[in-house]
Structure formats: C-alpha cells, structure tokens
Design a protein around this ligand. Structure first.
Ligand code: PMP
Length: 423
C-alpha cells in the first residue's frame, strides 16, 4: 500500500474530503471524552477499596497511637514496606504525605533556599539551569521553571536520556545543577533506563559539586507487558562516591488512591539527615493513619506486586486497544510514529512535524480532550510540534474505542492538510 506521505496532490485532496466527512460524523456524536491526564479509572480505584476499611486498629506495631502527633519521617512498618518493595535500606527512606510531586517541590525549594552539603544556596547561583529529558513530564518541568531555572531539553532515547549529550553538558557547566529522570516506563515515552544509562548517570563527572539527580521512579512497579528490571542507582553511585547525588522519589498514587496514597523519598544518610533538619521545622509529621492502613491492607511488598499484576490485567485491554488502533489506522500511513510501552501510563505519538497542535485542536473540537500539544517539552514548546501524549487509563473501554478512533482521524486530517499545504 502506498503511504499517504507519498500521495499526489489530487489523491490528498480526495482523501481530505473523505476524512472531513468522517470528522463531521464524529462531531455530530457530541462526544465528551478526556484522555488528557494519567488518571486511574474508577474501576482501577475499586481494586483497592479494601483500604477504606483496612484500619481496624490505630496502634502501630510498637504500640504507638497513630491518631496523635509524632514520628517525623514515617512509621517503621511503612518504611519497611517500601524498603522491601524498592530494595532501599530503611534508614535511607523518609515517608512523606500523599504526593511525591510535593516532596520533589519541597526538595527543590530546600536546595534553592539552603543549598546542600555546604555548597551555596541555589537561589544565589546566577544563570542556574536544569536538564529536562524531553519528551518528559510537564509537572516536573513546571517545578524547575517555577524556581526560575533555565530548562535545557535533552533528547530521549529508548534507553533514557542521550548520555553523550548529558555528560558533555554537565562536565562543562557548573550552573547546571541537576536532571529530571523517570527511570522506568517514563512519562510519556515509556522508556526504561538501561544499566549503562544508570551507570553513566551515577558516575559522570559534573562541574557542579552539588549536582542532583531527581530520580522519580513513579512507575517503578507499573509493568503492563513486561517486568523490566532497573539497576540500583544508589549502589552504582556509591561505588563512585556519588551517593549524595541521588534524590529518589516514589508514591502509591497509581497503586492505591492518587491524592490519598503514600509518597516517599530516599537518599544518602547524610542527605537524609540534612533534609530532616528542615523537615522538622516544616511539619510535626505526616498522616500515620494513612501509612498504617496501607501497611495493614497490603501486609507485605509481594502483595503490592500481586496487586500490580491485577492492575496490569485491568489496563492491558486499554493499551491493546490504543496500540492496535494506532497500528490499524496509522501504521501504513507514514503520518505518525510511536513506541509500544512495556508499562506505565502513556503512549507517546509523534505526528508529522508541525501537526501536533492541529491534531489536538481537531480532537478537542470534536469532543476529545488530549494532553495539550507541547506539554511534554520545557516551556510547553515542542520544537517540532509533533509529540502528543495519549493517556488511555481514565476512559472506559467503550469511550476509549471512540476516542482513539477519532484521535487517529485527527492525526490523518492534520497530516493531510499539512501535506496539501506543502504540495
Ligand atoms: N511523577 C510522574 C512521572 C508522574 O507521572 C506523576 C503523576 N502523573 C507524578 C510524579 C505525580 O505523583 P504524585 O501523585 O505522587 O504527586
């Protein structure tokens, strides 16, 4: 079959007419669907409804009354649960509130205000910069933008950030203070960092002594098609004396209830001591009843893994539907490319250059809200205007069926219009 990108102008005009007709039919359906955010569907949330009644006692294992004040960095049994799940020693873990993004924002704020390990506060660093592997997570980029940093996009590969680029940049410029990393099933590409990427991040020479890797393992146990291992960055960094470089984040937002789950951070013992010094001013402690109910509900790390397998079973049909439809509708057209993720929450698609905004606009006009075009890039500026994040989890499978077909139609329509304009 001839690719649409190889059509003559006459063929394109004919196709456009046909696509416009299909588009008007979709519009007439009055759809109102949302594929914009990586939110779990209610049916996923139902799988942990047991949490709502898991708390039959409010005492911790040591007999502490979890209803009352106290315990700055999390109850020991919650630390143990995440220690077992993520293979991080308990004394490197701080259990926070319900949002890892909140922990990241706080960590960044502390670095800005106070600096770390005796280095000068980042607010006093002129021209401070941050590396943003792109496409990436819009809320990460927003945090560093909010701090007034200059955001530097770094190309992503299937194995993580392009390390040749990263190593060169960080070696030369001591105002580059860190990098965002989502090492497993990255948002939105679904990239999983290879051992080599982890090793190079852990060992690279940085001009800034206080360079920090924000290691956001948000999708660390969220395998859908394949259980992908991740090399231990703490061990890799410790082997080269760089353990302070790593600030690790994780949460149960996509395991139990987003906004009512548990978030943790982990780091070297000296970083943890420094962080706690400030945390103790900031709060008396986080919600121990919530920590306790998660511990009581899951019991152990293996039960969390078993729950994630159930969640994967629930999500797989949705990802299958998106990927099969993309294949069937766009596979032979030359108008789009995408990568099949092994897990996580997203499928990232690239349209022809200059077509992402128009695709998203067309979808919106016909009742399907996608993540804004450009959102996956720093400053929301996708230099090629081609990347679109598809979030398949929230709609029902019936809604998703409609939404993804309409989306494919919009990719085609935007692509064809662009090709006609250029022909
Ligand atoms: N990190 C990444 C990579 C995410 O995709 C998300 C949620 N979309 C978060 C963090 C937010 O996590 P939390 O709910 O723990 O703040």
């Amino acid at each position: 079959m001839k690719k649409i990108t190889e059509f003559t102008r006459e063929e394109l005009l004919e196709l456009q007419e046909e696509l416009e007709k299909q588009y008007e039919e979709f519009k007439a359906q009055g759809l109102k669907l949302d594929m914009s955010r990586g939110k779990p569907a209610a049916s996923q949330l139902d799988l942990t409804n047991g949490l709502l009644t898991a708390l039959d006692d409010y005492h911790t294992e040591s007999g502490l009354d979890a209803r009352n004040y106290g315990v700055l960095d999390g109850i020991p049994e919650a630390k143990k649960l995440f220690s077992d799940l993520l293979d991080i020693p308990v004394d490197k873990i701080i259990v926070g509130g319900s949002s890892s993004l909140n922990l990241m924002y706080d960590a960044m704020t502390r670095l800005m205000l106070f600096g770390t390990q005796g280095e000068k506060p980042w607010k006093d660093v002129k021209g401070i910069k941050w590396l943003c592997p792109s496409p990436g997570y819009d809320r990460h980029f927003a945090v560093t933008e909010d701090m007034g940093m200059e955001l530097i996009p770094v190309p992503m590969t299937a194995e993580g950030p392009d390390m040749d680029v990263v190593e060169k940049l960080v070696a030369e410029d001591d105002t580059i203070k860190g990098i965002w990393c989502v090492p497993l099933h990255s948002n939105p590409l679904g990239a999983c960092y290879s051992d080599e990427t982890v090793d190079r991040l852990a060992s690279m020479k940085t001009a800034a002594k206080d360079f920090r890797i924000f290691w956001d393992n948000a999708y660390g146990v969220h395998h859908i098609y394949e259980e992908v291992p991740l090399k231990d960055i703490f061990k890799a960094a410790a082997a080269c004396g760089n353990e302070d470089r790593i600030l690790y984040f994780f949460s149960t937002s996509k395991i139990t209830f987003p906004g009512a789950g548990i978030a943790i951070m982990a780091s070297s013992l000296s970083n943890i001591a420094e962080i706690k010094k400030h945390m103790t001013i900031q709060t008396i402690g986080h919600d121990k009843l919530n920590q306790l109910r998660h511990v009581k509900y899951f019991g152990n790390a293996e039960n969390i893994r078993a729950h994630m397998r159930k969640l994967a079973d629930a999500l797989r049909p949705k990802f299958d539907m998106v990927l099969d439809t993309l294949d069937a509708e766009l596979g032979e057209t030359g108008l789009a490319s995408w990568v099949t993720p092994k897990g996580g929450y997203f499928v990232a698609l690239d349209t022809l250059p200059g077509c992402a905004k128009e695709t998203v606009r067309l979808a919106k006009e016909a009742g399907v809200t996608m993540t804004g075009a450009g959102a996956t890039w720093p400053y929301k500026k996708d230099p090629k205007d081609s990347n679109i994040r598809i979030a398949p989890t929230y709609p029902t499978i019936e809604e998703l069926d409609k939404a993804i077909h309409l989306f494919c139609l919009c990719v085609k329509l935007a692509g064809v219009k662009k090709l006609i304009g250029e022909s």
